[in-house]
Write a protein that binds this ligand. Structure first.
Ligand SMILES: C[S@@+](CC[C@H](N)C(=O)[O-])C[C@H]1O[C@@H](n2cnc3c(N)ncnc32)[C@H](O)[C@@H]1O
Length: 302
């Protein structure tokens, strides 16, 4: 479990694998260097690494205007954001109002859109911006819309990140442009992490997602244009594995203990020059690392 925690709950969020990314930094003499997330979403790993002092700067990018506006607000108007969090009315009427803001992003300013993103992320089922509210419109069940809205803790998280704002850069670009034009200029001791939208069912999870051709195109950009060490993660989908068939790959199994327990398999692809740690403090990844091949079991609860 992370110590600092991103304020966002993110569908497919990778925060829980941050110890593994920290182990990769250590195995490659990259501790104290810089770190990039080209598909930031909740940026859970980035926040753990930066606030934990393991990297000196993080560079985030997300093409979704809603997600970008949230991060932009954390960095540029944290006091106003925290005031809104502390006063937020957790009612269906307010939820509908915030949903309207997200539906008409061009009519909102950054603070409004950033807060609406945060509000719906915390009040909707599984943090999905386009999903229904926790507890339904009738708010009749055991879980209600405030179940994931611990105001003081969320304000603490925003403030902790805002304190480090000088070390955080955020862009709202398409990942291809970001990788080609922005990342190229970063120093060599920078680790690039790409966690693109899932191959399967992404349209249900994110406002921005990729077609099969986009996945193949970005795989080519990452493998041919990125000069820094990189890691890519995905859901387990054969067409993606084919795109990275010449790279080291490993598969691990996530055990999600959410309301509906289920297992999800995820893949990592690793750039050629990058040393993998020989051991991991995450048992499933440890198993995967020690098996040639490489298949592991990662049991996490969300
Ligand atoms: C799998 S999520 C990232 C989750 C993140 N690693 C976390 O732990 O929260 C993918 C993200 O990519 C963003 N995205 C989708 N298409 C993109 C593109 N073409 N360029 C940049 N970001 C994109 C989505 O808005 C979404 O936030």
């Amino acid at each position: 479990m992370g110590i600092y925690r991103t304020p966002l709950r993110y569908p497919g969020g990778k925060q829980k694998i941050w110890p593994f990314i920290a182990e990769i930094l250590a195995a490659n003499d990259l501790v104290g260097g810089q770190y990039v997330e080209a598909y930031a979403g909740g940026a859970g790993v980035a926040m753990e690494l930066l606030l934990g002092g393991l990297v000196s700067r993080v560079h985030l990018n997300d093409s979704c205007p809603a997600v970008f506006s949230f991060w932009h607000t954390v960095l540029n108007a944290p006091e106003e954001l925290c005031r809104k969090i502390s006063r937020a009315s957790l009612t269906i009427e307010e939820w509908r109002r915030q949903r309207e803001i997200l539906r008409r992003p061009l009519e909102a300013d950054r603070l409004e859109l950033g807060f609406a993103t945060f509000y719906l992320n915390r009040c909707n089922r599984s943090g999905i911006l386009t999903a229904g509210v926790i507890g339904g419109l009738a708010q009749g069940g055991n879980w209600k819309m405030d179940a994931r809205f611990p105001r003081n803790e969320l304000i603490r998280r925003v403030e902790a990140i805002a304190d480090k704002r000088c070390a955080i850069k955020i862009r709202n670009w398409d990942a291809e442009r970001f990788l080609k034009d922005y990342v190229q200029k970063l120093p060599q001791n920078t680790l690039i992490y790409c966690d693109p939208p899932y191959y399967n069912k992404a349209e249900r999870l994110y406002m921005n997602h990729y077609t099969a051709a986009d996945h193949a195109r970005i795989a080519s950009v990452i493998q041919n244009k990125v000069v820094h060490p990189w890691i890519v993660s995905y859901d387990n989908a054969m067409p993606v594995a084919v795109c990275y068939e010449n790279r080291r790959t490993f598969l691990y199994t996530l055990q999600y203990n959410a309301a509906r327990p289920h297992r999800g398999e995820e893949l990592f692809f690793i750039s050629d020059g990058l040393n993998l740690p020989t051991r991991s403090s995450i048992p499933a990844i440890d198993l995967a690392l020690r098996k040639e091949g490489i298949v592991g079991q990662l049991h996490l609860s969300i």
